[in-house]
Design a protein around this ligand. Sequence first.
Ligand SMILES: [Zn+2]
Length: 275
Amino acid sequence: MPELPEVETVMRGLAAKLEGRRLARVVLARPDLRWPIPEGFVQFLSGARVEGFRRRGKYMFMRLDRALSVLIHLGMSGRMTIDSAPQPHQHLTLQTDDGTLIGFVDPRRFGALDLVATEAEDTHRLIAGLGPEPLDDAFSPATLAASLAGKKTPIKAALLDQSIVAGLGNIYVSEALFRAGILPHRLAGTIGRGRAGRLVPAIKTTLTDAIAAGGSSLRDYVQPSGELGYFQHAWKVYDRAGQPCERCPGPAACAGISRTVQSGRATYFCARTQT
Ligand SMILES: [Zn+2]
């Protein structure tokens, strides 16, 4: 599932092609994805000029020149294509006034397309409950420790909760907890200011590194440029069960990266250095 760095990468790719262009042709192939697509969607987009983009958590807004924003969520399997031949499960096609073709492809249809007034983006039902952006200064050790206080869930589950911090998923939570030296199973309420002081910078650097690497390529995720990302080669624990971790001095010290399942999802960690 695309997480914050992948969404940011896709959005930057779209912005490079769409900003300042008019949408000359809009083709919608079905009336719904995860939820119904609003009536008039095609008419509202047709002929509109794309002013810019904004990301919030794992959501993107494409802002149009009619005080209207298109909310785009890639869901589990969604991806955007540029100048690609129509693909199976391509539900939306945009053509700009300079001929660029943008496709929204989503085989599993957990994605979403919606319309919202630009000034009301933050009140959209999918956005209103989101926690802070992890890369904003407002996301700090003090605010994270405060929102985790008293929580009896594992820290991994708490960080996947989009109301605590927006945009993290299974991969980057595992990576950030490794960097912070915090066991994924530790109860969130025991994190406190000290550990939050390690965890918040670990989250920020994990995400920043991933964005710099151009997003990850996982299953059917493709960058809008058509290039695959390569951050998976830099994963320190995710999908590396049994391999040595980079923090331990060698096999004598570390049994290798462990894999367990929490709430039905794989978790990777070093049992020696994460406590
Ligand atoms: Zn280790």
